[in-house]
Design a protein around this ligand. Structure first.
Ligand code: PMP
Length: 522
């Protein structure tokens, strides 16, 4: 024991003070003393339970490293929430002791391991979750960056948006086919409001199913080559609430590692085991199924038609082959592929010649290429009938709003009448990709889709590049850590059929200048 342990820890308000330092307290003090000594060997040490960590002269990363090592020594984990309460050496020891006790003690009356009540706080702003968020926002500001999130747009028209009175060329929304804001789609939505009102004020099950809902569902199903469809108030709600109807405790969900958060949420709400496989790697999926298939009653594989961070897509025929051979179900999320992929916008099935009836479940959103807001699932008549009667997102939620249902219906009809919108989108995206590659931008694996990232390698650089583009009249939101790994932080361009060739040329040109300026300044 170090000499500091003969120092009374009695000034400490921690519970282990009465009988002198406990073994845990002694080891905590020891660990901090050693760290302080190796950081500044000459420093005289008299640590006690009350010594604030900030007075130790070691930075917060080092403090965390020590705390982490002590946790390993005692084989416990201090909950993250609790870490934010720790201010002194004594607090570290108390938290460790508490975890040790929780490990051996009975469960609480709620049936879970005991947790230590946190300090009483006056308001929400003192909660660690809030403080964590606040410190991230403060860090942005300290780095001289404006917060790019929740920017307030005053008007949106075609490929342009207005921010604080300035007109910008817009690469920041999923209006792939220009259906949002299209006069025909707007008209249809207005007529629906006149006929049904802005809301049906009921769930679908009770009184919220209108002729419009059934018409959009049948039109979607016909368009996508399946029996029937069911529309929800959002794509997120669709995914978050259908997965648990498809799999349960004896089942496995295997999803692409880049799958959308809504499917992860849906998986968490089911009691199924969840595993991810490497991005677009159907061979890895096959190997996982070879090892694990027989451990489960049912397996649900989930992939996307186009991945929204990277703008690439799966080899669907291979996934279909694997799922058939391994007796699994395949769910395809076409949020970014309906309207954008295949000659007439019918998605990756059309692009790759897959019979849509080979898929077990297909989901999508109305909020991207289809000009409204809402989500849908489609497939066999039995699947839709089952989900209609069981899915909480249908039974316990107000039905899709009439103007959004009407917008989707009008958008699908327009798309059937004007398939050249898909071709124009494809041409514009290919043009952007070609110019970006010519400039040497890192566009990752994007190919043949309207989502084109420019990977910059750091969140700060992505933020500054986004600001540089804003100053030059372009809305290109950054994607930062933790949405992607720090080295993969990026700008992400969403291309629309509404972009002119000239808008695309100027955006690439301006980005090259912005990046050059940032490089010169660094
Ligand atoms: N799935 C994917 C792949 C998505 O990208 C999104 C939205 N970004 C959703 C589902 C959710 O759709 P919505 O925006 O309609 O809630």
């Amino acid at each position: 024991m170090s000499e500091a342990h003969s120092t009374p820890l009695g000034q400490s308000s921690t519970p282990w003070q009465s009988g002198g330092p406990s073994e845990v307290a002694a080891r905590v003090i020891d660990a901090f003393e050693n760290a302080v000594r190796s950081a500044s060997p000459k420093q005289g040490l008299m640590l006690s339970g009350d010594t604030p960590l900030f007075e130790l002269g070691i930075d917060s990363l080092k403090q965390l490293e020590i705390v982490s090592r002590i946790q390993d020594e005692f084989n416990v984990r201090i909950p993250e929430d609790r870490l934010y309460d720790i201010e002194t050496c004594g607090d570290v020891a108390t938290a460790i002791e508490h975890q040790l006790q929780a490990k051996t003690s009975e469960t609480t009356t709620a049936g879970r391991p005991a947790v230590e009540p946190t300090k009483i706080r006056d308001s929400f702003q003192d909660l660690p979750e809030y403080r964590r968020l606040r410190s991230r926002i403060d860090m942005l500001e300290a780095a001289g960056c404006e917060n790019p999130f929740f920017a307030v747009h005053d008007a949106i028209k075609g490929s342009r948006t207005h921010l604080e009175g300035r007109e910008l060329i817009d690469f920041g929304r999923f209006n792939y086919l220009g259906m949002a804001g299209d006069p025909t789609v707007n008209e249809a939505a207005k007529r629906a409001v006149d006929h049904y009102g802005t809301s049906v004020a009921s769930s679908r099950l009770v009184s919220g199913t209108t002729a419009l809902h059934r018409e959009v569902e049948q039109t979607l199903a016909d368009f996508l080559g399946v029996d029937d469809a069911l529309v929800f108030s959002s794509g997120f709600v669709t995914n978050a609430t259908i997965v648990a109807q498809l799999v349960g405790a004896d089942d496995l969900i295997l999803h692409d590692e880049l799958i959308h958060h809504s499917i992860v949420t849906g998986s968490q709400l089911s009691s199924a085991e969840r595993l991810s496989f490497p991005h677009n790697d159907w061979q890895a999926l096959d190997e996982m199924l070879e090892r694990r298939r027989n451990d489960f009653r049912r397996v649900l594989i989930a992939v996307e038609g186009v991945y929204s961070m990277d703008g690439d897509y799966p080899e669907l025929p291979q996934f279909v082959e694997v799922k058939k051979r391994r007796r699994a179900m395949l769910m395809l999320d076409e949020a970014h592929s309906v309207g954008t992929m295949g000659g007439t916008g019918r998605g990756v099935c059309e692009l790759q010649g897959v019979d849509p009836r080979e898929l077990d479940v297909r989901v999508g959103t109305i909020g991207k290429a289809l000009g409204g807001a809402g989500g849908f699932v489609c497939g066999s008549a039995a699947l839709i009938e089952y989900l209609k009667y069981t899915c909480p997102g249908i039974i316990f939620s107000t039905a899709l709003a009439p103007p959004c249902a009407a917008a989707a219906l009008a958008a699908i009809r327009l798309l059937e009448k004007e398939p050249q919108r898909v071709a124009t989108l494809g041409e514009r995206a290919a043009y952007f990709l070609k110019l970006a590659r010519q400039r040497g931008f890192n566009v990752g694996s994007s190919e043949g889709t309207p989502i084109i990232p420019v990977i910059l390698g750091s969140s700060i650089l992505a933020l500054k590049a986004s600001q540089g583009m804003l100053a030059r009249g372009y809305n290109v939101p950054p994607i930062l850590y933790p949405a992607v790994e720090e080295e993969r932080a990026r700008l992400r361009f969403f291309i629309s059929a509404r972009h002119s060739e000239q808008e695309i040329e100027s955006a690439v040109e301006q980005l090259a200048e912005v990046l050059e300026e940032l490089q010169d300044a660094s």
